[in-house]
Write a protein that binds this ligand. Structure first.
Ligand SMILES: [Zn+2]
Length: 322
């Protein structure tokens, strides 16, 4: 063996040792990503150790893009951000994803979709559940992030029947107190009345046994509410405690990722208190990074569960699966 070959071998051995050291250190600071298994189109399964998450595509809705969509950026800036993500500049497509979480003995849905009340391109939750082999009657809990129609309308169909007939419904107490207040509804601007009415249609007949949880309380074993008020007065995120990995479902903390994950200081037209929503976006994004949480969001792209990283003055979301 000549000297230079011996050097290469030794260097290789040393690099190998360093490689192991780096990967061990890497494990400590950044756990490996859980595997995401595609079950069917629009259905992805992610294992968090003892907790299993299934993403259920609910559909999407398109809007013509105009200056009103982002309250505090020019149409030109918004178009540039969309172009940077390879998206068209004349419209926005808002995706909807519902999350099904098996934790302890509970089978939990996070939000309930548009049901029969949204765009023709939405309302596909039951179809996705069927592809995933999940019987709606087997759902034990539906946990609601806030009362906008795309999150609650799927709880009750047009015939008036509850869609998840054996599930307990959990709602943020602050959100309930806001939208179920008749005096506030009477005084509300016309454009907001639809949300008040949807809340009454969905929750009215079950008002006495809907479970109202307090901000930052434990909703179910392993599921903690994280107050994220701003998008709506009681908008709530949820921390799901898997043994291998923890996940934050942040509901509507961001609308389209290319705009509001990349530019967290921008306010979508649906944010009722834009400054509070902006602070929540910053605070939760920093928490996701610091605690190395998996991130899930109702309007995030792809499988809508993935990782967050820092990019420029904002962040970037990378889904675990397309
Ligand atoms: Zn929404």
């Amino acid at each position: 063996m000549n000297a230079s070959f011996k050097t290469i071998l030794m260097t290789g051995a040393i690099l190998g040792v360093i490689g192991v050291a780096i990967s061990v250190a890497g494990c400590a600071s950044a756990p490996t990503l859980p595997t995401a298994t595609s079950v069917a189109a629009g259905v992805t399964r992610v294992d968090l150790g003892d907790v299993r998450v299934t993403t259920l595509k609910e559909g999407s809705a398109q809007r013509v893009l105009d200056a009103s969509f982002v309250k505090n950026a020019s149409l030109e800036e918004v178009r540039q951000a969309l172009a940077a993500a390879g998206l068209p500049g004349d419209r926005v497509e808002i995706p909807f994803t519902v999350f099904f979480v098996e934790i302890g003995g509970e089978r939990v849905l996070f939000d309930a979709g548009n049901g029969e009340f949204g765009a023709a391109t939405s309302g596909k939750l039951l179809e996705s559940m069927s592809k995933a082999g999940i019987d709606p009657a087997s759902v034990t809990a539906v946990v609601i992030s806030h009362f906008h129609g795309d999150h609650i309308n799927g709880l009750r169909n047009k015939a008036g029947e509850l869609v998840f007939k054996n599930a307990k419904i959990y709602v943020p107490e602050v959100e309930w107190n806001w939208w179920m207040d008749d005096a506030r509804m009477a005084a509300a601007p016309e454009a907001m009345k639809g949300t008040f009415q949807a809340a009454r249609r969905v929750f009215g007949p079950i008002a006495s046994y809907v479970v109202k949880f307090a901000p930052d309380s434990e909703v179910l074993p392993g599921i903690r509410a994280v107050a994220a008020h701003g998008h709506t007065p009681g908008h709530t995120a949820f921390l799901v405690e898997g043994k291998a990995r923890r996940l934050l479902y942040w509901g509507d903390t961001t609308n389209i990722a290319a705009l509001f994950v990349r530019h967290p200081d921008w306010a979508v037209m649906f944010d009722m208190d834009p400054e509070a929503a902006r602070q929540v976006r910053r605070r939760l994004a920093e928490r996701v990074l610091q605690e190395d949480l998996l991130l899930a969001g109702y309007h995030l792209p792809g499988a809508a569960v993935g990782t967050l990283s820092r990019r420029g003055s904002g962040y970037e979301f990378t889904p675990l699966a397309p």
